[in-house]
Design a protein around this ligand. Sequence first.
Ligand SMILES: [Zn+2]
Length: 411
Amino acid sequence: MIVREAKLLKGTKEQYQSIDDAIRTAQFIRNKAVRYWMDNQGVGKADLYKLCKDLAASFDFALKLNSAARQASTERAWQSISGFYKSCKKQKKNIGYPKFKKHSRSVEYKVSGWKLSDDCKIITFTDGFKIGSLSVFCNHQTREDLHRLKINRVRLVHKADGYYAQFCFDAERKEEGVYTGNVVGLDLGLKYFTKDQNDNAVIYPQFLRKSERRLKKAQKRLSKKFVKGKKPQSINYHRSRKRLGKVHLKIQRQRKDWAIKLARCVVHSNDVIVYEDLKITNMVKNHHLAKSISDVSWYQFTHWLDYYGKVLDKVVVAVSPNYTSQDCSSCGHRVRKLLSTRTHLCSNYGIEICRDTNAAINILKKGMKILGSKWQNSTSGQEESASQEEKHGEKIANAIDGKLDIASGFL
Ligand SMILES: [Zn+2]
């Protein structure tokens, strides 16, 4: 699935208000469905669809929303419910009981309820909310896709700086990869964002640090304006709340942009990429490291590595980070070090190299070992790798979908 985004411009105040109403209605239906599931035993997906029909019959505003969009809202509810069932089955620690949404930011239409003009410059929503026509403002690539591909879904999203339409296309992105004969092992770290086995380092950019400082300032300003227990909060509070939202959005875009470009560049110039599969959520809980780790957008970066590996037909392997920084890359001897120890010193041969470079070599070795044993173990090698790839693709598609939801639920 490909998702492209366009800004919706030239609407009147009433039109944007209608979009908000539609979003609120979608949230209402989703929450009702979750409530219904909580209150009754053995509720399945079909029951939720039925509930959706009943809601439309008993609430005028629910009827206003396009019927397929209503269904999509129930499907969202079902998604969180089935996600909960799945994690129960796997006996995960973090079960994720379905929650009610309070500040939903988006509504999803399927193939009906909207119409795109022939030149793809105007989109018209035709359901009961009477949103009407809006100008579609997007980049060249998006416009091309709008002309070329079939649109599966349209999401209306309210962000801090305006209203957007996200178009989901039923297609996979594929590009011709250029094979360079290079392999790379990447160590993700605090001092360097990444470091490879040849001592090439990428440093976390200053402009992102600057934006993060700006974000912190805006957060402080907001918390000063907050008066506990006061309802409603002052105009100034809401003003700085909106400002904070915009700063968030900006840094979110900057981070994403940087991570995408770096990942694309790495996948482009290498055929095999090995990185550490850091369990970020576990690490952020460690308070000492928390700040710098959440600062650094490792998660996003590795995500896009996976994605581009698939797009450009390259091999991207994640290996477990156990002992990668402790073990010696040339003799395997385990040298314990603290986080502050910057060099790796081996007593066997007396070599001294940067700890991150040492780790990068270990990571590369681990990755190659995995690839090698996979190759040897598979008696029907071709088939196995195909199914593996499919699984891989599924994982990526889901993850990207999830990310969009996070993005649209953001301020
Ligand atoms: Zn050694």
